[in-house]
Design a protein around this ligand. Structure first.
Ligand SMILES: [Mg+2]
Length: 424
């Protein structure tokens, strides 16, 4: 949360399943579009918050399956657990606050009286969340009876029904909306309320996010009936909430544009940077642009033209040295030769690159040190390198930079077992 001084220019609070992540899209195209947009223009001065019904265990599973960025804040288990940063440091004050009129044993005792309720996996049973599956036709009746029973036993609970199947029992003070309200209050106390906040969701447990005052909201095009119904009944006149026409992460990008919250053209939407320049360029945009070109080169999605090779020679400083993650130093002309050879070697294959946590610092009047995690997915294999690049703006490339040096280190456990065609 203290990555930068002052207020975040935008805070995105997004659900994961079927909002940030489209499980019907095996190529994750909308997520990769969002990732490139976020890292190019927002990472440096904005906050990314994931708010999911998942427990930390199954959130980590999703992270291993999908190209998810590292958020600044992770709200897990339907707003009952708040964690900060890459290390996911827990907010213990939040969990203490949730103890008010909550008793897990009483909840399990009372719910056992309902044969209609099927417990969810053990990993999803959390200190402040007890979770079941229930059929839609029985849900309303169960919710009513259960709430009454638990109230009689002195508890103050909230029962949330999502995705036409999941039923969660939480302390009344918990939930995605309450967790966001708590965060906003914390920012206010530090004089750091984000300038704009955009909440994004698709199902019942996201409804609370949309009732927080002064936030923009997007219900993605594929939103569930239960959320759309909630919207009709509770927030129809609120012009700060839209129902996107695009699915999942593409719906989030659409909302950024509709509410004019900042740049909304993902670098992935620009097919040729030589013909169509970005509105804003900087060190973050530069590294995104380079790796997009590299991905397209390997996939033969750009032409193998002399023009491109010429501009590559202008971008990479001829006396520069690139330290491969294996530790071997490579002179720049070797890298360019290798890249020429690799043209199209991933054509028609699954091959995707995304960058995470791009940060840059100006270290001289015209030099920047850029640091990021570079991920490469090739078929079934995923590898990642912590990458540091020294960029100079004294460039012969218009609106561009010269890459002076690069140093890569395998992320723990991410090094390939055999030799690969990892070049940069
Ligand atoms: Mg969802």
């Amino acid at each position: 949360m203290d990555r930068f001084c002052g207020s975040a220019s935008l805070m995105i609070v997004s659900d994961l399943d079927f909002t940030m992540v489209d499980h019907l899209d095996p190529d994750n195209l909308s997520l990769l579009r969002f990732n490139a947009l976020w890292e190019a223009y927002y990472r440096q001065n904005s906050l990314l918050v994931f708010s999911s019904g998942r427990s930390p265990t199954i959130y980590k599973q999703l992270k291993n399956e999908k190209p998810l960025l590292t958020p600044d804040i992770t709200i897990m288990s339907v707003g009952t657990e708040i964690m900060y940063g890459e290390s996911m440091a827990r907010d213990d004050d939040w969990e203490k606050y949730l103890n008010h009129r909550w008793n897990r044993e009483i909840v399990t005792e009372e719910t056992a009286k309902f044969p209609e309720l099927t417990p969810q996996a053990e990993t999803e049973q959390r200190p402040h969340k007890v979770s079941f599956f229930v059929e839609k036709i029985k849900a309303l009746e169960v919710i009513g009876a259960l709430t009454e029973l638990l109230e009689k036993r002195g508890l103050d609970v909230k029962v949330i029904y999502s995705n036409v199947t999941a039923l969660d029992i939480l302390p009344k003070r918990a939930g995605k909306g309450q967790a966001l309200a708590y965060l906003l209050k914390k920012f206010e106390a530090n004089g750091k309320v984000p300038i704009n906040t955009l909440v994004c969701g698709d199902s019942g447990n996201d409804a609370e996010l949309f009732s927080i005052p002064e936030v923009y909201g997007v219900m993605v095009s594929n939103a569930q009936e239960e959320l759309l119904q909630w919207h009709v009944e509770n927030a129809k006149s609120n012009s700060n909430i839209i129902h996107a026409t695009e699915r999942c992460a593409s719906g989030i990008i659409q909302a950024i544009g509709s509410f004019r919250l900042g740049p909304n053209v993902s670098p992935r939407d620009i097919k040729d940077f030589q013909k169509c320049r970005a509105e804003i360029f900087g060190p973050s945009h530069e590294v995104l642009k380079f790796y997009l070109f590299y991905e397209r080169w390997r996939r033969a999605e750009v032409e193998k033209s002399i023009e491109y090779m010429k501009s590559l020679k202008l971008v990479l400083f001829p006396l520069g040295t690139f330290v491969h993650p294996s530790g071997v130093e490579q002179p720049v002309d070797h890298c360019i030769e290798a890249m020429t050879r690799l043209y199209g070697d991933k054509q028609g294959k699954q091959y995707q690159i995304w960058l995470d946590q791009v940060s840059s610092a100006q270290v001289g009047s015209d030099t920047w040190l850029v640091k990021f995690y570079k991920w490469e997915l090739s078929g079934e294999e995923r590898h990642c390198c912590l990458t540091r690049v020294l960029l100079s703006s004294k460039s012969e490339v218009p609106d561009g930079f010269t890459w002076m040096h690069m140093h890569q280190t395998w992320l723990d456990g991410s090094a390939p077992k055999e030799l690969t065609t990892w070049l940069f």
